[in-house]
Design a protein around this ligand. Structure first.
Ligand SMILES: [Zn+2]
Length: 224
């Protein structure tokens, strides 16, 4: 796969909470030198500014609610614009968007505008509801840097944070009820997005119930 500014690879990551798609994003970035736009990062950064929008975003994040499309879309398209001007650009991984079908349409129009619509793959890291609940209620967080440690593969046995060496603890909001809530949201809002990418011939489904290495092997296979 020869990637360049003129022929970039655009990967839209989809998956239930707990699917391990963030880990796959890291591996893909490393392998292909892709840039990354994660709505979580964008929102946390914007939420630190002490203006109206910053305060409002921080409040919605703290409540664990969904950020309205106009607020996230502005951040997302500013980040996209920046990458369009980057000479070494090879491609992009999008994580955390789209969250509803409206955003999938907006993202398509944006890619069309930037002429990035030739090589778009929607990568679904698929796990069952049962597996998602299991992983979501068992994962841990670093006390120090707040990195979330997924309950999968070698991370299950890890005693210290792989990023900073900090102590790991369960997350108090990782209850079964919260996990079920996330799954209900996935079914209602994200499933139509998955169907949309399938209908337009861009969906790649990967079995996420394997080791991190095997999931990544499958990802590489289908990207070739
Ligand atoms: Zn840490």
């Amino acid at each position: 796969m020869k990637l360049s500014k003129k022929n970039p690879l655009i990967i839209i990551l989809l998956g239930k909470s707990g699917s391990g798609k963030g880990t796959q994003a890291d591996l893909l970035r490393e392998k292909f030198g892709l840039d990354y736009i994660g709505s979580g990062d964008l929102l946390r950064a914007r939420g630190k500014k002490k203006d109206f929008t910053g305060r409002k975003i921080a409040k919605i994040l703290a409540e664990g609610k969904l950020i309205p499309t106009p607020a996230i879309f502005k951040l997302w398209s500013d980040a996209t614009e920046k990458l369009k001007n980057k000479n070494s650009f090879k491609g992009l991984i999008m994580d955390g968007n789209p969250r509803k079908i409206l955003e999938a349409y907006l993202i398509d129009e944006t890619f069309g505008f930037y002429e990035w619509d030739k090589n778009v793959k929607a990568l679904l890291v698929d796990i069952s509801d049962k597996e998602a609940i299991w992983r979501l209620t068992k994962r841990r967080i670093c006390k120090n840097c707040k990195e979330i440690i997924p309950f999968v593969g070698e991370f299950r046995k890890m005693k210290k944070c792989p990023k900073c060496g900090g102590e790991l603890m369960p997350r108090s909001d990782d209850t079964i009820a919260a996990a079920k809530n996330r799954l209900a949201w996935f079914k209602k809002d994200v499933q139509p997005i998955v169907n949309y990418y399938r209908k337009t011939g861009r969906l790649i489904r990967i079995n996420g119930e394997q080791s991190i290495e095997d999931v990544f092997k499958d990802v590489l296979k289908v990207l070739k």
